[in-house]
Design a protein around this ligand. Structure first.
Ligand code: ADP
Ligand code: MG
Length: 210
């Protein structure tokens, strides 16, 4: 299953649509343990990303992903803008000049992206952040590839792992970001960033396995 530039564009479009559809939900999650802007932030950011896509749609995958990262850094404030911005900038660095990727190359770009995000945010697994969805999704994807599983199924397993990681944030006490100001009171609520990260992997399934 080669992943073409058009596949990457389709993924970004589907993710943008999912963020629009889940805008109120993400904001509602953020109202419990943050400042009620995560859905608004992500929807605004991806509207800007999709608005800029036509200007880079004839470029390589790395250029497209870097443009996504720059747009997010410029248009999304708070914690999530620089973090998702870093994710896409690093994914772009790993895919420079590529017009097509194997699923294994895609997984290694995602790995570089997550490492960049973690270096920037200093959050580890269990800190009740987007990392809790991203890291399990990556591990599941790499494992499925190593096991030689059907590639569509590999993407589905990766999204399921992200969903489980998202749900696992519910009982956790936040150690990073705004939610950490609540300390013990952050427990019992699902992390908004882990939820938007799950949607990013769900968008791969929706865009690439249909
Ligand atoms: P803000 O908290 O500045 O209002 P958002 O509401 O858009 O920004 O995003 C909040 C999300 O950002 C949290 O739910 C969490 O998943 C994520 N987050 C916050 N700080 C970090 C961090 N240091 N590392 C990783 N993710 C983080
Ligand atoms: Mg917020």
């Amino acid at each position: 299953m080669p992943i073409s530039r058009d596949d990457v564009i389709a993924w970004l479009s589907v993710y943008g649509q999912l963020l629009e559809d889940h805008r109120e939900y993400l904001t509602q999650l953020d109202s419990s343990i943050g400042d009620a802007d995560h859905g608004v932030n992500m929807d605004r950011g991806f509207k800007a990303v999709l608005g800029k896509l036509p200007t880079v749609a004839d470029k390589d995958i790395g250029t497209i992903l870097k443009s996504v990262g720059m747009t997010l850094v410029q248009t999304v404030g708070g914690a999530s803008g620089p973090l998702y911005g870093t994710f896409f900038l690093q994914a772009g660095a790993a895919t420079a000049n590529k017009m097509e990727l194997s699923l294994a190359e895609w997984a290694s770009a995602v790995e570089g992206a997550i490492n960049g995000l973690m270096a920037r945010g200093k959050a580890n697994i269990g800190d009740k952040t987007m990392v809790d969805a991203l890291v399990p999704a990556l591990h599941a994807l790499k494992q499925a590839i190593a096991d030689g599983i059907d590639e569509h199924e590999a993407l589905r397993q990766s999204a399921s792992a992200a969903e489980q990681g998202m749900k696992n944030t519910i009982p956790l006490v936040a150690k990073k970001g705004r939610a950490s100001y609540l300390a013990e009171r952050s427990a019992g609520h699902q992390d908004p960033g882990a939820t938007s990260s799950y949607l990013m992997f769900k968008a791969m399934v929706d865009a690439w396995t249909k």
